[in-house]
Design a protein around this ligand. Structure first.
Ligand SMILES: Cc1cc2nc3c(=O)[nH]c(=O)nc-3n(C[C@H](O)[C@H](O)[C@H](O)COP(=O)(O)OP(=O)(O)OC[C@H]3O[C@@H](n4cnc5c(N)ncnc54)[C@H](O)[C@@H]3O)c2cc1C
Length: 401
């Protein structure tokens, strides 16, 4: 029987970061995944799955040593964000908020790899992949994870970072509310007549939110969330007609005509919110805790915000004490934050779906927000994830790993 302080199920970006961060606090961690992490990409092709990484998330990844494992050539910073709805415009620049950038666009598999590698490099983390979980048990005084190779892991705390269909969540008996958007996110990499200089551009248009995010080499990543029927239609178009559709719906984007459109992928969108983020010795992080619409680029950032808060509350835990109370504290803090952010994102999508009146209402809202400096500051602070990561960072940087 192998004994740990914390057992983490799921070693993608959120689970890998959690394991590496908790080890820096001096805890013994087991990190289990049914798959091995992705291999490092060395070819020029970028993975179609890219995500916006906030400065707060970047700092957390830096603190555990994952950020430096990313190839800078495969990252694209953005220092401007431009949002459009009807005639409404909302522009943010890093400069006006005293930041060097508003975030980075990075390949998700590369982030997964770097976080898992940071965990693997940590002395107090034992990585176990690829391993299937055969059984999970929680008792009054411990958690047990039985693996399919016969190994039995025991620990004080079980963390579920095992994604939207979390087995840990089901094991803990935590109910989840799901909402099918009846939308798919179409993603593709584009070459435009004018290179994208580092602008995250988005229009809440008639078919759905259409984002053009900067990629290395001046390319843009399209993330277009549309109704299932439209997704089917758009996926069937040839490259030329697809490019023409994007040009119609993003006519005021500052990048000109689309010269080339890469392979398209369509991802089903479901909103999920776990009713609790902690139960007894079990806590949920990342998509296991909630999954949100990609229109605000916040899913992974919320997950890394979970890690930051978890680190902060666990730092005060003594091994001989029942961790339920501190996990409950984590759960309360992150659930209210999740509901606020996920609810806001959901609300945007619902208002947009009301058609032209909805988009006009958004335009009015944009106008008001554009004039209210304190509200803009709050918005940028939250979007950049600067609130969560502050106190936790110090603890990680002082960590004993
Ligand atoms: C189109 C699209 C665009 C997005 N854009 C952004 C963006 O711009 N910014 C942003 O912040 N977020 C974005 N997101 C969301 C983001 O991708 C997710 O929130 C994030 O990747 C979730 O990470 P995770 O580590 O929680 O879960 P996952 O990546 O799902 O990882 C779960 C891990 O658990 C493992 N696992 C699962 N079950 C088991 C089991 N039973 N036993 C062992 N291991 C198990 C899996 O193998 C996997 O490694 C986007 C999402 C979509 C769909």
């Amino acid at each position: 029987m192998d004994t740990y302080d914390v057992i983490v199920i799921g070693s993608a970006t959120v689970g890998g970061t959690a394991a590496a961060a908790l080890a820096r606090l001096g805890l013994e961690v087991a990190l289990v995944d049914r798959r091995a992490p992705p291999q490092q990409r060395t070819d020029a092709e970028l993975d179609p799955r890219v995500v916006a990484v906030s400065p707060g998330s970047q700092r957390l990844l830096e603190a555990i040593g994952a950020w430096s494992a990313l190839d800078p050539q495969r990252l694209a910073p953005y220092s401007a964000m431009q949002v459009r709805a009807g005639h409404g415009r909302l522009d943010f620049t890093a400069n006006e908020h005293g930041l060097s950038r508003l975030g980075w666009i990075a390949e998700l598999p590369e982030l997964d790899r770097a976080a898992a590698a940071a965990a693997q490099a940590a002395r107090r983390v034992e990585t176990l992949w690829p391993r299937n979980v055969k059984a999970l048990r929680t008792t009054q005084d411990r958690v047990e994870v039985e693996l399919d190779d016969g190994r039995l892991l025991t620990g004080h705390i079980l963390l579920g970072a095992d994604g939207a269909r979390s087995r840990v969540r089901a094991h803990a008996g935590i109910a989840v509310d799901s909402h099918h958007y009846n939308q798919k996110a179409l993603v593709a990499h584009l070459v435009t007549a004018r290179p994208n200089p580092g602008i995250a551009w988005q229009r809440f248009g008639a078919l759905g939110p259409l984002a053009l995010l900067p990629l290395p080499g001046g390319r843009s990543s399209l993330v277009w969330s549309v109704h299932l029927d439209q997704a089917e239609r758009l996926m069937r178009l040839d490259d030329e007609d697809f490019a023409a559709e994007i040009e119609t719906h993003a006519a005021d984007a500052p990048f000109g005509k689309i010269a080339q459109s890469g392979p398209r992928h369509a991802l089903t969108l479901v909103r999920r919110q776990s009713r609790q983020l902690a139960a007894g010795r079990v806590a949920l992080l990342g998509d296991a805790a909630r999954s949100v619409h990609p229109l605000a680029g916040q899913g992974l950032n919320l997950g890394l915000g979970d890690v930051a808060v978890l680190v902060e509350v666990i730092a005060g835990w003594k091994r001989d004490r029942d961790p339920s109370a501190i996990l409950a504290r984590y759960g309360r803090r992150r659930r209210s934050d999740s509901i606020l952010v996920a609810g806001g994102i959901h609300g945007f999508n619902e208002i947009r779906a009301l058609g032209e009146p909805g988009r006009q209402a958004m335009a009015l809202g944009f106008g008001a927000l554009a004039r209210l400096r304190p509200a803009r500051d709050i918005f940028v602070n939250r979007a950049c994830g600067l609130a969560e990561v502050g106190p936790a960072l110090q603890q990680l940087e002082n960590g004993r790993e």
